[in-house]
Write a protein that binds this ligand. Structure first.
Ligand code: 5GP
Ligand code: ZN
Length: 118
């Protein structure tokens, strides 16, 4: 069983933000912003590549609820999902990073010159 499935099953402790029948939101253990929450489906889905439109259709309003719940829906926030090796996905259970609580820059992502990739 993967690490995030174990978190859903409470075999590994986590700092819960919000949950419903389908989704679980908890604080990232290594936050990259004042607010850094991970939102995951309770069923194991490897990545964004595999999620059904039906589950994604439910996940969108849940992520919006999470943002409202922690009070960043007006100040703004960023939603990111990393996919596969080039996307930098370390945990192979689909998760959306919800980042906020400060004015975010692209500096996390732009250490390299984009021209390097052309
Ligand atoms: P990825 O790099 O796969 O997009 O993001 C994985 C995220 O999961 C990282 O931000 C990392 O800090 C977080 N993470 C990994 N293991 C745990 C854990 O056991 N508990 C919590 N709360 N976060 C975790
Ligand atoms: Zn899993």
């Amino acid at each position: 069983m993967c690490i995030f499935c174990k978190i859903v099953n409470k075999e590994i402790p986590s700092n819960l933000v919000l949950e419903d029948d389908d989704f679980y939101a908890f604080h990232d253990i290594n936050p990259k912003a004042p607010v850094h929450i991970l939102v995951i489906p309770k069923v194991h889905v490897d990545s964004f590549n595999e999620i059904s439109s039906e589950l994604m259709g439910k996940m969108t309003p849940f992520i919006q609820r999470v943002a409202t719940h922690v009070g960043i829906e007006k100040s703004g926030y960023r939603v990111i999902t990393n996919i596969g090796d080039d996307g930098g996905q370390e945990v192979k259970h689909l998760h959306f990073h919800v980042l906020g609580g400060a004015k975010l820059t692209w500096s996390h992502f732009t250490d390299a010159d984009p021209k390097d990739y052309l």
